[in-house]
Design a protein around this ligand. Structure first.
Ligand code: HEC
Length: 271
């Protein structure tokens, strides 16, 4: 769907939900969907590399990168970006490019060879992301449109993912929001109170540790992690304050300012 259609759909939704309902749907992660998730859900987001779309034709791959999907609309002053002067639009793109350059995600495994059904841990570290929220998903591979939760391969996430925020403190806000009685071992987390500042050159560091049980069937399995983040709210130029004081990206909730990035895929041998 193109931006105008999304905006139209968004406005229709705003009518149905009330403006606040629409504004809280995206971005800000998915505060009301506390469950397993896969990166394909974030269709508005841009892909930080064409590699994650390698099954698609070259033109379709390129169309999802920020160079094609996000920066040009800002530079041309499309829709709400037209509120900024040309000079400020240039500054906004520079700030967003700095966030992109400094946003990374890595994966560390307690072991890459494990016995069937053995306990193991996977640690995902994120650097950057605009904030105030970033998202992490533990996935079975690194294809944007063909990865799923790691459990689909037979891994079990045995307890709530342990989140460490940018202040170095443990955070349980996300998994605390799971309904009473549901297991908390899910592959997706929102990390809160994150803030990167491309002007000051400071970028958030966060961590998620997953406790897993390996599949019972011997074989080779792959694992990756998706890092979902926003870019515009990292800078005042890209931020709009809502009437009730929340921050919203200048491009709006249907814009392309979100990102999907994957950690380098790792192979695990179960034997
Ligand atoms: C309608 C378009 C759209 C869809 C669909 C969408 N997002 Fe986003 N998302 C955005 C925008 C726009 C931002 C970027 C905000 C910015 O640039 O600061 C964002 C940002 C985010 C962030 C960072 C939060 C923040 O504070 O900026 C997370 C986490 C996220 N999205 C997760 C998801 C997940 C998970 C899904 C699928 C369930 C999803 N998004 C689907 C538009 C979308």
């Amino acid at each position: 769907m193109n931006r105008s259609l999304l905006l139209a759909a968004g406005l229709a939704a705003a009518g149905a939900l009330g403006l606040t309902g629409y504004l809280s749907a995206y971005p800000g992660g998915t505060p009301s969907s506390v469950t397993n998730a896969a990166p394909y859900c974030a269709r508005c987001h841009s892909s930080t590399s064409a590699e994650q779309l390698r099954e698609m034709p070259a033109a379709a791959q390129a169309s999802q990168t920020p160079e094609k999907k996000h920066y040009p609309g800002i530079l041309k002053g499309e829709e709400s970006y037209g509120k900024l002067s040309e000079a400020d639009r240039g500054k906004l793109v520079d700030a967003i490019k700095a966030v992109d350059k400094n946003s990374t995600v890595t994966l560390t495994l307690s072991s890459t060879t494990v016995k069937p059904g053995a306990a193991m841990t996977v640690t995902v570290k994120t650097h950057g992301g605009g904030g105030p929220v970033v998202g992490v998903m533990l996935t079975d591979n690194d294809y944007r449109n063909q990865s799923g939760p790691i459990q689909t391969e037979g891994f079990v996430i045995t307890k709530a993912p342990e989140v460490t925020g940018m202040d170095g403190k443990a955070q349980t806000k996300w998994t605390d929001a799971r309904a009473a009685g549901l297991p908390k071992g899910i592959n997706y987390v929102n990390i809160y109170d994150v803030h990167s500042d491309p002007v000051a050159g400071t970028y958030a560091d966060c961590k998620v540790e997953y406790s897993l049980k390996a599949p019972t069937a011997p074989g080779e399995y792959t694992v990756s992690a998706a890092f979902l983040y926003g870019t515009e709210k990292s800078t005042p130029l890209g931020t709009v304050q809502t009437p009730d004081g929340r921050k919203f990206p200048l491009g709006g909730g249907g814009a392309e300012s979100g990102r999907i990035q994957f950690a380098k895929m790792v192979t695990i041998t179960v034997k």
